[in-house]
Design a protein around this ligand. Sequence first.
Ligand code: ZN
Length: 444
Amino acid sequence: MTKSSTPGLLLRGATLLTMDSVLGDITDGDLRIEAGRITAVGKSLAARPGDEVIDAHGMLALPGLIDTHTHMWQGPLKGLGAAMWGMADYHQHIFSLREKLSAEDMHDAAFATGVEMLDNGITTVLDFCHNVMSQAHAARSIDAHRKTGQRVLFCYGMLGNLQTLEADHAWRLAQVRSLGADMDASPDALVRLGMALGSLEYTGLEMFEVEARIARELGLPMSFHQNVAGQVHQLEAAGLLGPDLLPVHCNPALDAELALLASHGCGISFTPESEVGDGRSTRVMARAHRAGVTPSLGIDVPSRVALDLFSQMRLTFWLIRNEEAEAERAAGRWPLTRYPGVPFIQPRHLLEYVTVNAARAVGLGDQLGRIAPGCIADVILLRPGAYSPSLGDPAAHVVLQSTTADVDTVIVGGRVRKREGHLLDVARSDAVAATRRMRERLFS
Ligand SMILES: [Zn+2]
């Protein structure tokens, strides 16, 4: 059977937010999916015999949302971090629970969190799994990811028990090597391996360098928490910066450090709600964007942040706009007026953060995050809401009006995972049961 005769999936009549610089937005547009990839995008595509056709009239089609930093083991701990104040609260009430989680808890947490994210239109996540307390913790997390069908970059956490970091380093690295040899690293693989490097402030540069060298040897994308001032300069001096290394947060980064990251083709994963919750300054986001660092977004700590990228986009947009307005007022330019470059941030930028930028951050920049021929077929359909759609730019509608309740259809790798608001293949009730099991084991 030739590829052109393979039965496909045809989405008809949507407003396509392709996020592709050539294709742009297409009203009343169609897209065809075959063998897990998008094969055609345009108007009035002809259906072929055997095609499944989805009527998407009245809906917005966009690339599946990509989260670049979430600790999925915290999903069932939802609410436990509510209204915390600063990092000390987080360490005392959430981070300290790490040692209490069993491998089965890790499995149930990854499963429950993955299902909820998929339901909410998050087709890809970078699971920053900094709770690998035994080999089984990693293995069972990966088992769970394979059950949800979400696209996952499972970043194996090198930061375990802080008292035994050095003693545990050898078995962690050995397991990374073993997983690296076993797991499918092709772009279409739903679960890929990456490495969550230990934080420099805990591990020191020497261990960090060993981890980065092994990750690069195995071709694994890497990420790390950048929480302490000066670390970007430290990594530059050690020759470790590169587009395969994704820093997270970077709140204390100086402009010179952002320029360094940009020159190395790095992104930054910002987790605005989590960062505001920690009391950090989020002013780095606009500075980084302007400096040429590609921002992406993460939920980070589901123990206090909803598994919802729409709210992260909206919060980020208004945080940056607020900062811009503050700068104008401080400069005596009030009332606000437009002039070239001001305001800088536009709603569509936020969609770029969670699609094209985020695809780069998870190592799939040329294949994911756009609705374009040849791209991996991760697509979501959004209803415009129960009332009226927005006037004007559909990207602004997504960023400023859409909620998770509007997610009608979710397609991952060409497979329909949610249709007309209902998950297929996995059940919400199974995710609820997994959360209940973990809570019973942990708190009884
Ligand atoms: Zn984090």
